[in-house]
Structures are given as C-alpha cells and as structure tokens.
Write a protein that binds this ligand. Structure first.
Ligand code: 0O2
Length: 266
C-alpha cells in the first residue's frame, strides 16, 4: 500500500488518540481540582506503527483491506492507576460515557496471561469527525496499575529484543518478577486507605497554602503594607507548625479580611 494511503487510513486514529488524551487528562484535572483522589494516575496513547499493523495482519491472517475492521488496536490508550481497585472504577467511568461504546472486555487481571501479563483491556468504538464525515473506529484502552505497567514495558522490550523468543532463563526471571509485582499490588491495596488519607491531606494542605498566598498577594494591592507583612509573618508561624486545622482557620480569617476590603472597594 502507498504511504499516502496509509496516512489516510491512520489519520482518524491519530485524531481519536489526541481527543481521548485530552478527555482522560481532563478527568484527572477535574478530580484534582475538587481535591478528590483521581483513579487515573496518568494516561498515554499511540497510533500503532505500520510495521506492527502489518505484523499483526500476518500473525492473524488478516487481509490488508480488512485492517480497519479487524485490527482493533490501531488506536491505543493506556491508563495507569495507583491501585488495582482503581482499574475497575476507571472501567466503570468508561462504560458510563456517552462518547464511546464498549464492545469487548478482556480481564487479564483475573485471567493472567501465561507470560505473566496483567492488565484490563476494553475495546471501544469512538466517533471522529473527518473531512469525509463522521467515522466510527475501534480504540483499545488498556488499564493497569503503575506496577503492572512497569512489568509489561520491560517484558515488551525484551520480546522485541529477542524477537518474541525470550530465552528460558530470562522467562523464568520475568515470571518471578510478575509474582513480585502481583504481591506489590496486593500490599499496596492493603494499605490503600492509609495512602489515600496521606495523599488527600497533602492535596488539601497544598490547596489551602496556595489559597492563603493568593489572598496575601491580593491584599498587598489594597491593604496597609504593615498589616499585610504582619499577616504574612503569622502565616509563616502557622505554616511551620504543619497543623492542617490551624491553617484552615487562618485561611477562613484571611477570607473575611479580604472580603472586607472587597466590600470597601465597591
Ligand atoms: P503493541 O506493540 O503494544 O501494540 P495479540 O495481540 O495477538 O496478543 P489480541 O487478542 O489482539 O492478541 O490482543 P491482546 O492479547 O488483548 O493484546 C493486545 C495488546 O496487549 C498487545 O498489543 C500488547 O500491548 C498487550 N499485551 C498482550 N499480551 C501481552 C504480554 O504478554 N506482554 C506484554 N508486554 N504486553 C501484552 P500488541 O499488538 O501485541 O503490541
């Protein structure tokens, strides 16, 4: 097939990957801006290379003209989560969206692949608008923990290096590390609540501090400089104590002061 034709085939997939990256990153941003823990830690995506598409067609006996119907992972999105529990939350988020439809689910977490590969795959259909009009295409969404991703990335590069013929002694070590990754995920899940508490109080703390500093900065423009410096010193004293409740109460007092100045300026 000519390069130009490949470009035409792959353009809608490229658009889908770009759009979906924006959408999934937006989900992360929405959670974080509400001070809520995001089940999505990070997301990346890619359009499968022409050589990988051809390799898949060869392996699965797919005629080149049937690529868009039968190769379901030309567009691929990979979502990384901190905990195994998050994977199912993300899968539910995707299932409830109106801009994509899940047509296939592969749970390689309950059904671990013989290689040791663990991940949760969804094949969805997704509409993109192109010069030729609306196109419905397949997108593969892989959802996994950071630990699963670490293992899969290393294993994938070894597969590539050894041309899908990994020597036995390396395979054994990969199996052992897959076990270790499973244990790590289980261990992390068991301290899940504690980690979540620590993370959310860190986010809350950071947001209160930035709110206070914003208020102080705004007061500089309207209030008496000496008063603002006094407020700032008070803030540093409280900040040193690292006490969330005191910071909260200071932020509230500062809000009242700032509100007073706002009212005066009207
Ligand atoms: P790439 O380079 O990531 O695009 P098949 O692809 O023939 O195995 P199927 O049914 O099309 O079979 O899909 P499957 O098994 O769900 O796998 C799809 C993708 O999951 C793979 O795409 C890999 O990204 C990943 N995957 C599946 N099994 C393994 C594994 O044992 N190790 C690693 N590291 N990744 C795996 P591609 O096209 O193989 O590769």
């Amino acid at each position: 097939m000519e390069i130009q034709l490949w470009k035409e085939i792959l353009t809608p997939y490229d658009l889908a990957v770009k759009e979906l990256l924006v959408k999934f990153n937006h989900i992360i941003m929405e959670y974080r801006s509400r001070n809520v823990y995001s089940p999505i830690e990070a997301v990346n995506g890619r359009v499968k290379s022409i050589s990988s598409i051809l390799e898949k067609c060869r392996k699965k006996d797919i005629p080149v003209e049937k690529i868009t119907e039968q190769v379901e992972d030309i567009a691929g999105i990979r979502i990384m989560c901190q905990f195994v529990e998050d994977i199912y939350k993300v899968a539910d988020i995707i299932k409830n969206r109106s801009d994509m439809e899940v047509v296939q689910e592969k749970n390689y977490i309950d059904n671990v692949k013989p290689s040791g590969y663990r991940s949760y795959h969804l094949i969805v259909t997704y509409n993109v608008e192109t010069m030729e009009g609306s196109k419905k295409i397949f997108v593969e969404i892989q959802i996994r923990t950071l630990a699963m991703n670490f293992w899969a990335t290393i294993e994938h590069s070894l597969q590539y290096k050894y041309r899908y013929n990994i020597p036995d002694h390396i395979r054994k070590r990969l199996n052992a590390s897959a076990e270790a990754i499973l244990k790590l995920d289980e261990e992390m899940s068991s301290i899940h609540d504690e980690i979540m508490d620590a993370q959310s109080s860190f986010i809350i703390h950071a947001n209160i501090v930035s709110e206070i500093l914003n208020n102080i900065q705004n007061l500089y423009k309207v209030a008496n400089k000496k008063e603002v410096i006094k407020i700032q010193d008070e803030f540093f004293e409280i900040y040193k104590k690292n006490d969330l409740e005191q910071l909260r109460s200071f932020a509230r007092q500062l809000d009242i002061i700032a509100e007073g100045y706002r009212a005066q300026s009207l």
